[in-house]
Design a protein around this ligand. Structure first.
Ligand SMILES: NC(=O)C1=CN([C@@H]2O[C@H](COP(=O)(O)OP(=O)(O)OC[C@H]3O[C@@H](n4cnc5c(N)ncnc54)[C@H](O)[C@@H]3O)[C@@H](O)[C@H]2O)C=CC1
Ligand SMILES: C[N+](C)(C)CCCC(=O)O
Length: 610
């Protein structure tokens, strides 16, 4: 018997391999007993791990040949630790002269739970808190809650909500990591963020699949979300090395300089509509500026952000720099009220935003609030009709309409009202609803049963108030039996709308478009701005002067001309009025995660007035 040792850096594997690995600082060790013809891994089968031996040119090998950024093939005989559920080439526990040196490259594929790319197969097994570089159960888990798969209505597992002690431990661990991280140069931080971006790209499919399973959005969209996420990390990696102060000459050779410094431990609290992406939009600028972050996702979508935490660890951030605490309002409050938290960045509803601001006010903590919206999309009669229709669909139906910046009040100039409405209804009726993991699905399931009922309630109320349902607006039950308890509805277009209707005034956060006719530019601007929200707005026209005049007059933080809802990470994003303040993305976000120190240097003698 020959004893072999395998080392690898991919810490993601640690949790899953607990029992057959001994954990050391910076690496894990696995011992294999190797015999003449094969070998065996010491460890119980109930770990749900087995060895996948690449024995032929199987689908797995082909897939990873394409995926592996080094473009190297997976040699025959490679041993990969996998779940028994993986069916191709499965030869559990057999090791025909394995090429163990390749193991490290594939540890990232080790799933942390039973993972499959099919709807209705995922079961949550691992803890969802992440502290000091590892998944953990909270020390004072207050209670557990179920996590659902919106596509099927199935419970995928339970997870614990964190109490005050766990929040405090997360803060202490982040404080320790902050000491190390904030001392690094911008270029050093940049390299780590670039590595994290690379790993996200490498794991694009796994992350997108998880996002789809937990959120209900189509895999097509989830992949775009993951792409925007790694682009965000790349963007801030680029800016990290460019953080600099100013030098100011003063009389008599004296001078001053400014330093842009990190804030400390920042808290990110996120909504459920873009779980992975929101976490990246917050953590990328925070970490680039030298901060630590504790992130609390929505309890409806607790899973994918832990993948981000593992990726940061793999990329080389100090343990504790990015911690995840799970929970709801109470956990969020412990975070906001903690005296060692320097800043809170929040994405969610207006009522919660108000509470966050109140709590932060008590500790004089800066806050960034990304809140709801009821944005106008103004379509003038000279628009290219097809573009305007495409724009209106983009403005209303991404992520089942659960998007804060959606242009849900679609103002259409009367001359083209009929043509526009006819086309938009035709296109809406063609949207393919169903299993979000299928490639051709374009609308999946809403986040939860109560939310689905709330959205349908808005439609009932709209009808009562005189609106006409031009299409959709009812439950959708897919033919596939496993999806019959999922939270689906047909996307809805409402006609005959008036500005005083509830569906036009309140944020529905579902696939419901309200069409409102208008006659003049002056009139439409008055009506478009007549809202307490101010997140986004859009205009479609071929008249270049009118386009700029209209967006200049719109009271909204994010405006689009002749498009809607695209999100390049270079562009600052955030609201006016009750849609919040502060900005995410773009250079602007760096200011919200840093503070300015002025250093005044005297080169002469001190002249005292006393
Ligand atoms: N402007 C933006 O970028 C976005 C805004 N939103 C808004 O978010 C809303 C939907 O998301 P939800 O998750 O339902 O919003 P929500 O406000 O109920 O919850 C958001 C987050 O805050 C946490 N939370 C709730 N009460 C809290 C408290 N008292 N203290 C601290 N944390 C607390 C929740 O657990 C969750 O993580 C919509 O109104 C939408 O407009 C959603 C996505 C993006
Ligand atoms: C990515 N985008 C622009 C469609 C939406 C981002 C804002 C949100 O989190 O709702």
């Amino acid at each position: 018997m020959v004893r072999r040792e395998v080392h690898w850096q991919r810490q993601r594997a640690w949790g899953a391999l607990d029992g057959i690995c001994s954990r050391e600082r910076g690496r894990a060790r696995m011992e294999l007993d190797e015999g003449e013809d094969g070998g065996s891994v010491k460890g119980p089968r109930d770990l749900r791990i087995c060895l996948l031996v690449i024995a032929r040119d199987c689908a797995f090998r082909q897939q990873h040949r394409q995926k592996d950024s080094t473009n190297q093939e997976v040699p025959l005989g490679t041993v990969i630790l996998m779940l028994p559920s993986c069916s191709c080439c499965l030869a559990p526990w057999m090791l025909p002269r394995p090429s163990l040196s390749l193991l490290p490259r594939f540890c990232s594929f080790l799933p942390f739970a039973t993972m499959s790319s099919k709807t209705s197969t995922f079961h949550l097994q691992q803890p969802l808190n992440y502290r000091a570089g590892a998944r953990i159960q909270p020390v004072d888990g207050s209670h557990s809650e179920e996590v659902y798969e919106p596509a099927t209505g199935r419970v995928m597992g339970k997870f614990l909500f964190s109490g005050e002690k766990e929040v405090d431990l997360a803060v202490q661990s982040a404080k320790a990591a902050f000491k190390i991280w904030s001392q690094k140069s911008g270029m050093e931080r940049s390299r780590v963020l670039l590595e994290a971006a690379r790993i996200i790209r490498e794991q694009r499919e796994e992350i997108a699949t998880m996002e789809t399973i937990n959120n209900g959005k189509s895999i097509f969209e989830a992949r775009v979300d993951v792409d925007i996420s790694w682009q965000c990390l790349e963007y801030y990696a680029g800016l990290a090395g460019a953080i600099a102060g100013q030098h100011v000459q003063l009389p008599g050779g004296s001078f001053a300089y400014t330093r842009r410094e990190a804030l400390g431990v920042c808290v990110g609290i996120g909504a459920w509509n873009y779980p992975f992406q929101i976490a990246c939009w917050k953590s990328a600028p925070a970490l680039a500026c030298g901060n630590a972050m504790i992130y609390k996702p929505s309890p409806l979508t607790p899973i994918s952000v832990v993948m981000l935490a593992e990726i940061f660890t793999q990329a080389g951030v100090p343990n504790g720099l990015f911690n995840v605490v799970q929970g709801g309002a109470a956990t969020g409050q412990f975070l906001c009220q903690h005296r060692d938290v320097a800043k809170v960045s929040f994405t969610g509803s207006v009522p919660t935003g108000i509470k966050i601001m109140e709590m932060s006010a008590k500790g004089i903590k800066p806050v960034t609030l990304e809140l709801g919206g009821k944005s106008p999309l103004i379509i003038f009669s000279d628009s290219v009709l097809e573009n305007a229709v495409n724009g209106a669909l983009m403005a209303n139906f991404l992520t089942q309409g659960e998007v804060c910046c959606n242009g849900t009040r679609v103002f259409v100039q009367r001359e083209i009202l009929e043509a526009f409405t006819e086309e938009v209804v035709k296109r809406t009726q063609k949207i393919k609803i169903g299993d979000p993991l299928l490639e051709d699905t374009r609308m999946g399931a809403l986040i939860s049963r109560p939310h689905l009922e709330r959205v349908l309630g808005f439609i009932t109320q709209a009808k009562e108030q005189g609106a006409k349902v031009l299409c959709g607006g009812e439950l959708y039950v897919p033919d596939d039996l496993k999806l019959k308890n999922g939270y689906y509805m047909r996307p809805c277009v409402l006609g005959d709308c008036r500005d005083d209707m509830t569906c036009v005034k309140e944020e529905i956060f579902g696939p419901v478009m309200s069409i409102l006719p208008f006659d003049t530019e002056e009139e439409v601007l008055e009506r478009a701005n007549n809202t307490t929200f101010g997140l986004a707005g859009g205009v479609f026209t071929r008249d270049i002067q009118r386009a700029h005049r209209v967006v200049a007059a719109l009271q909204a933080g994010m405006c689009f001309i002749n498009n809607y809802n695209i999100s390049p990470v270079e562009l600052p994003f955030g609201g006016y009025k009750m849609s919040g303040f502060g900005r995410e993305n773009g250079r602007a976000a760096m200011e919200y995660y840093s503070q300015l120190k002025t250093v005044c240097v005297e080169m002469g003698d001190v002249e005292s007035v006393f």
